[in-house]
Design a protein around this ligand. Structure first.
Ligand code: IPE
Ligand code: IPE
Ligand code: MG
Length: 253
């Protein structure tokens, strides 16, 4: 009928939604998800990887240029050693199972965090995955692994101090840009949104510097339950936020 959209007419995914340039995700609640089902914590981590795979696809579909996921914090070493080894093996398994899919989807992978104390074979795997996806031009997937934001800032400060000590830099040259460029996230836009699942409302040492003006969205579901509908709800929430950056906001003008 005239005026009615043809049944085959497709609505762009994300139509009417503001798409963030960079989303950061604290993927929390794997352990509780498992416990609630009488399973081992490690089974929650396995399900969590499936959620991550889904999220990467949603970011590609909705045109999000950059996604950073927190997968292992520098504080997570305090967990039982078998859980730590399991998570490390999951990273290896994720790379083995998903590298080709990531390449097909034009995803560029970057892994941020400390490499000190990681097994040489793991460091090689990380270097490899970065090299093999380096030329991709679609989504940038940043995996924060063995990552702690305070340590990242300390390393940046130390690097700048060394530059000054060597006479290559004057203290007056140190500004926000320079410090930002000395962080692991150099060259990436700051996150517009930080999502944390499982109802916790804290940063747990994730992107402290970079999140200066991020919108925080805390959702109650555990990470393994975070699906496309959850993702769209986050985008809807973000779309409604009035980002003022210290100004007076659109309504006040
Ligand atoms: C997040 O889930 C994954 C990692 C921190 C590696 P958790 O393992 O923290 O799950 P909860 O918070 O104990 O439920
Ligand atoms: C933050 O979650 C780290 C990751 C999601 C990888 P945690 O579960 O480790 O954080 P806390 O200990 O509850 O703050
Ligand atoms: Mg947790």
């Amino acid at each position: 009928m005239a005026g009615e959209p043809a049944a085959s007419m497709k609505v762009e995914p994300g139509a009417g939604l503001k798409i963030p340039r960079h989303i950061g995700v604290i993927m929390d609640g794997n352990g509780r998800w498992a416990r609630q089902r009488g399973k081992r914590r490690t089974e929650g981590h396995v399900e969590g990887v499936k959620s991550l795979r889904g999220l990467v696809e949603h970011c590609v579909t909705y045109g999000v240029p950059c996604l950073t996921v927190f997968s292992f914090s520098s504080e997570n070493w305090s967990r039982p050693s078998d859980e730590v080894s399991f998570i490390f093996n999951l990273l290896r398994r994720f790379v083995a199972s998903d590298l080709q899919r990531l390449i097909r989807n034009n995803v560029r992978v970057r892994i941020i965090g400390s490499r000190v104390g990681l097994e040489p074979s793991l460091v090689k795997l990380i270097d490899d995955v970065e090299a093999k996806t380096q030329a991709n031009t679609g989504l940038t997937l940043v995996v924060a692994f063995n990552y702690g934001s305070k340590a990242e800032i300390v390393a940046a400060a130390r690097h700048l101090a060394e530059e000054v000590a060597a006479g290559r830099l004057s203290p007056d040259d140190i500004d926000e840009q320079r410090l930002g460029d000395a962080l692991y996230t150099a060259g990436l836009p700051d996150p517009d949104v930080i999502i944390r699942t499982s109802g916790e409302q804290r940063l747990s040492n994730f992107l402290l510097w970079q999140a200066a003006y991020a919108e925080f969205v805390f959702v109650d579901e555990h990470w393994p339950d975070f699906d496309e509908a959850s993702f769209v709800r986050v985008l809807e929430t973000y779309t409604q936020r009035d980002r003022r950056f210290g100004g007076i906001g659109a309504d006040a003008r």
